[in-house]
Design a protein around this ligand. Structure first.
Ligand code: GLY
Length: 353
């Protein structure tokens, strides 16, 4: 599998990547090595890492609590304290071994400690492999707002090893797959066709899907790192998706990010059909898949009103107007599309039927 070159770092794949990591540590004369894990990756992923990491350099493990609930400044303070306690200096290196919570928080903690120490991402969930670990977005939640404190900061390298997916719960795997489907619709429809035709993806197909997804994201991010224009297309499915995700946060049966984005993509493709003649046959195809693969969420009229009202908090809004990424046809996204509340309502009802 070929490496992917970003502006200032490379993404390496498979067991070869550990050699690159060891080479990096030697060449950069890393003074102290730290590995950030949560309770899940401590148990499931650190042993896999240790098996592959055959270096004489020792490392300290910094362990934080799992889950989005821990992605906050208090947890950062814990990481900064432990870095201080173990004497981390400017030539120390932090390896973030985990899902998006770990890579986002670890990247932020490293980039702010002593005005910035280097970090490397080893994503262990499909979602983090295809999204969070690449693109330079680091940060934490603040109050009840997601990713509101943070900065753009790139890792020194990213290591992608699908061995970490072996212990990933199926629901989490499906969550990551929604982002791969997104890349299919916005940039390479072959990805969607592959997933649609073969729901029991084998390892090789998964590796190829991950590689293609990172390649697409990297091309977009290199053109527009700070999300002024092109990068916004990565938000396809996310305007409606985030509203569903936020709404279900307070419910017993919460919806994970990918499940919410899958609903968001169906609704936003429907809006694309209504406003930009996106083929309805493809919208139907995605809807049937999403209902079968992710299960159909049922919401009533009052819920829909509440979900739509949550759209007014979307970070992508401009001058109080809700902005969408819509598609003219597969691989042809249009940014900053304004949509009426009536049509959004029709789109959600389309998903429900
Ligand atoms: N997750 C979307 C982005 O990185 O821009």
């Amino acid at each position: 599998m070929n490496n992917i070159q970003s502006d200032s770092f490379k993404v390496f794949f498979g067991s070869e990547s550990y050699k690159k990591l060891i080479q990096y540590i030697d060449e950069h004369k890393v003074s102290k090595l730290f590995i950030l894990v949560d309770e899940n990756t401590l148990t499931n992923c650190l042993p896999v890492f240790k098996d592959q990491f055959s270096s004489t350099i020792s490392f300290e493990v910094i362990r934080i609590k799992s889950g989005e609930i821990s992605k906050n400044l208090d947890t950062c303070v814990q990481v900064w304290n432990e870095l201080l306690l173990f004497g981390a200096d400017r030539n120390s290196l932090l390896i973030n071994l985990g899902g998006g919570m770990i890579t986002d928080l670890g990247g932020f903690a490293a980039s702010t400690y002593k005005r910035g120490i280097k970090f490397i991402n080893i994503p262990t969930s499909l979602l983090a492999m295809v999204d969070a670990s690449v693109g330079g977005k680091t940060g934490v939640d603040f109050g009840n707002l997601k990713n509101i404190i943070g900065l753009f900061s790139n890792p020194e390298m990213v290591l992608v090893d699908v061995a970490y997916l072996n212990t990933l719960p199926t629901r989490e795997f499906k969550c990551g797959l929604a982002e791969v489907i997104k890349y299919g619709f916005i940039a390479n429809i072959k990805l969607w066709n592959e997933i649609r035709e073969d729901k029991n993806l084998n390892n090789n197909t998964i590796i190829n899907l991950i590689h293609s997804s990172i390649h697409i994201k990297n091309e977009i991010v290199q053109t527009d790192f700070y999300e002024k224009n092109l990068r916004k297309i990565l938000n396809f499915g996310h305007t409606i998706g985030h509203a569903f995700e936020s709404y279900f946060l307070t419910k017993e049966n919460s919806l994970n990010h990918g499940e919410a984005i899958a609903i968001g993509m169906v609704v936003e493709l429907f809006l694309s059909h209504k406003l930009h003649q996106f083929p309805i046959s493809l919208v139907e195809e995605l809807k049937v898949f999403v209902h079968q693969f992710y299960g159909k969420i049922n919401v009533d009229k009052n819920d829909i009103d509440d979900i739509i009202s949550l759209l007014s908090h979307d970070k992508k809004n401009k001058l109080g107007k809700v902005m969408f990424v819509l598609l003219k046809k597969p691989e042809y996204p249009i940014i900053d599309c304004e949509v009426s509340y009536e049509l959004i309502n029709e789109g959600i009802n389309y998903y429900l039927n």
